[in-house]
Write a protein that binds this ligand. Structure first.
Ligand SMILES: NC(=O)c1ccc[n+]([C@@H]2O[C@H](COP(=O)([O-])OP(=O)(O)OC[C@H]3O[C@@H](n4cnc5c(N)ncnc54)[C@H](OP(=O)(O)O)[C@@H]3O)[C@@H](O)[C@H]2O)c1
Length: 276
């Protein structure tokens, strides 16, 4: 039986920990007795989760409001962490959307921000907080990814590329950090009823997971493997897809996006260069 505080304590940092799957991590870890440093850019939700963690679990909680895309991320994190030992890092936040690669409403600046939130922030946090874990000979890191990162995912193109980055980074570090007793995991989630669940209101959500289910599976997989696909239905679908030629996998994923989120219509690319 894992002694979570000894293995991953005393502090856990959850980046994007105020809502959705991130909030479920924050609650799960507080329940285990870890102290929480929660970073999020949603002030009301951040204040609410901080209050909840203190009152429901008696947990010490530092709530740090900031944009993970900020170039000052590490400076602020170092300032808050100080001499505290962060034994568990959860990189949860992501910029996600669905649509053609060239969108009407967002341009290259948004795609750069996506890289900053989905890739640079996890890289920086792992780089800064992972090394002290290795030196201490204990710790854990979870990078939140998505089934969209397992193959090309049309209409989630850049999002899926950032999620693929996290899978290969986590699996590689799982191997490299293992001799130092530091566990690394890519948590590959499927459709989850998170804070964006309103976007799924028109769908049959019976096969979807709750944030709590995703977190439970991730925490149980940490230390056992380098990546986990959460949810029985997601694992089953992945197995079916994996048996098909790569092109067919990509096409099926495109159909999922078109039917469920794009009104059954292939969206046109925005050819107006001035939009950027
Ligand atoms: N939900 C799904 O169906 C699903 C499926 C597969 C994988 N995932 C992955 O699971 C993770 C969590 O997803 P989720 O749906 O639970 O997300 P969520 O409900 O939106 O929660 C993420 C939290 O991170 C915050 N955040 C986002 N960008 C931030 C930034 N730049 N700086 C600081 N905080 C930021 C969000 O605040 P704001 O809302 O104010 O931005 C929110 O509080 C993501 O990595 C996602 O790719 C989700």
């Amino acid at each position: 039986m894992t002694d979570w505080c000894e293995r991953y304590g005393p502090w856990a940092l959850v980046a994007g920990g105020a809502q959705g799957i991130g909030a479920a991590y924050s609650r799960y870890l507080a329940r285990l007795g870890l102290k929480l440093l929660v970073i999020d850019n949603a002030p009301a939700a951040l204040a609410a989760i901080g209050e909840e963690l203190r009152s429901s679990f008696g947990t010490e909680c530092i709530a740090l409001e900031m944009d993970l895309a900020s170039p000052q991320l590490l400076e602020r994190v170092h300032g808050e962490v100080g001499a505290r030992e962060v034994g568990l890092l959860i990189c949860n936040a992501a910029l996600a959307d669905v649509g053609p690669f060239y969108k009407q409403d967002t341009g290259l600046a948004f795609e750069r921000a996506r890289i900053a939130v989905n890739m640079v922030a996890p890289l920086e946090l792992v780089y800064a907080l992972g090394r002290p874990m290795l030196a201490r000979g204990r710790g854990g890191i979870i990078l939140m990814s998505s089934g969209a990162g397992l193959q090309g995912s049309p209409f989630y193109a850049h999002y899926s590329a950032t999620k693929a980055y996290l899978i290969t980074l986590a699996e590689s570090l799982w191997f490299e950090f293992r001799p130092y007793n530091v566990d690394v995991l890519a948590c590959i989630a499927g459709m989850t009823l998170s804070s964006a669940a309103h976007a799924y209101a028109h769908l049959d959500t019976s096969g979807f997971q709750t944030p709590e289910e995703v977190v439970e599976e991730a925490m149980l997989a940490l230390g056992r493997t380098g990546s986990v696909i959460t949810g029985e239905a997601n694992r089953h679908n992945r197995q079916l897809l994996a048996g098909l030629p790569r092109e067919q996998q990509v096409e099926l994923i495109s159909r999922h996006a078109i039917q469920n989120f794009l009104g059954g219509v292939v969206p046109p690319q925005n050819l107006d260069e001035d939009a950027d």
